[in-house]
Design a protein around this ligand. Structure first.
Ligand code: ADP
Ligand code: MG
Length: 322
């Protein structure tokens, strides 16, 4: 049986996340929500779970947990080129802590408002802290960005500056919070920016796309496997934030840039013609992209260092940079 306190928590979340959308015919409060997909659009659906101590450090603020639990889900819609519309939220809490839930909902709502996303339902249960969000978005038929379209000769690109989030996690582990650059890196870990606008710009222009959640090389490898091609990354071309440059020397940077997870940048491929207007559009959108390599025949991701030596990740080769 649902306890009255849980209804208070749901009410708290509902109030804070209230966003009007005409396509929500019935939102939170009944046994199911009733939603209208715009005629002629496909519904894109994605789910991600965040478990405390696994997907975020246990002492992460409630606001940041709320923000991140929506951000990682919006990132999946972004990488498909979908426009976000709705979300559901399954919240498992160790205790009915109204202050924690209020701050969590504020973090979730801050990002939801930015994308006019409506929270349309969920579930609230007791147990170890864990958050499951399901997001729903729209995409015109035939225009979703898939992992499987990369072709030999395409350039490989990444938005933003990968490696920052993993570097932030490293800083927390090493007690480096007092280093000025570390704060900026930890901010990237706790408040990732879903590249929704950039995903929309890539529609019809990128041949393949994925969001970087497990690390640039690992996620690019998924594009390679799905597309039946290989990838060559030039280590010198990897973009680095000023914070990463300030806090770490080259070998550590390379490690974070190639293997670090949690950045939620977009990695995409596109042929050379059309690449420069696309890069200009991305730069104007507030988050530019950088060319980091090219698609080649074969399989797997290969990294080339400054001396032109190729180091394959499956031989543990990136330890080379440590
Ligand atoms: P039921 O018992 O029918 O599953 P609940 O008591 O679990 O209903 O939930 C009541 C209403 O509150 C439902 O509309 C449900 O979708 C919504 N809800 C429950 N938990 C959450 C949550 N964490 N976030 C958003 N909506 C929620
Ligand atoms: Mg329920």
């Amino acid at each position: 049986m649902v306890q009255p306190i849980e209804f208070r928590l749901i009410e708290l979340i509902r109030e804070r996340c209230a966003i009007e959308r005409e396509d929500v015919q019935l939102g939170i409060g009944d046994d199911a929500s009733l939603l209208a997909v715009p005629p002629g659009q496909l519904l894109a659906v994605s789910t991600d779970t965040l478990v405390s101590g696994v997907h975020f450090p246990e002492n992460t603020s409630a606001f940041d947990v709320g923000w991140k639990s929506l951000a990682v889900n919006l990132s999946d819609l972004a990488s498909m080129g979908a426009t976000p519309a709705w979300a559901t939220l399954a919240l498992t809490l160790p205790r009915a802590d109204a202050a924690w839930v209020a701050a969590f909902a504020d973090g979730f709502a801050a990002l939801a408002r930015e994308f006019k996303l409506a929270l349309v339902g969920g579930d609230t249960t007791r147990g170890p802290l864990s958050i499951t969000v399901t997001v729903h978005g729209f995409v015109p038929p035939g225009s979703a960005l898939l992992r499987r379209g990369a072709r030999v000769g395409d350039g490989i690109f990444v938005t933003g500056t990968p490696g920052d989030a993993a570097a932030g996690l490293h800083c927390l582990g090493q007690g480096m919070q007092l280093v000025a650059a570390a704060d900026r890196l930890v901010e990237r870990l706790n408040r990732p920016t879903p590249r929704v606008a950039q995903g929309l710009l890539l529609r019809g222009r990128a041949s393949a796309c994925i969001d970087v959640s497990d690390g640039l090389a690992a996620d690019l490898d998924h594009i390679c496997a799905a597309s039946g091609v290989g990838a060559q990354i030039e280590i010198e071309s990897l973009p680095a934030s000023s914070a990463l440059l300030d806090a770490f020397e080259a070998s550590m940077r390379a490690r974070f840039q190639l293997r670090g997870g949690d950045d939620y940048e977009l990695c995409f491929t596109t042929s050379d013609e059309g690449a420069s207007p696309l890069l200009e559009d991305l730069a104007r959108s507030g988050c530019g992209a950088t060319r980091i390599g090219r698609i080649v025949a074969g399989s797997g991701v290969c990294v080339r260092d400054a001396r032109g030596n190729e180091i394959a990740p499956d031989r543990g080769g990136w330890e080379h940079f440590a």
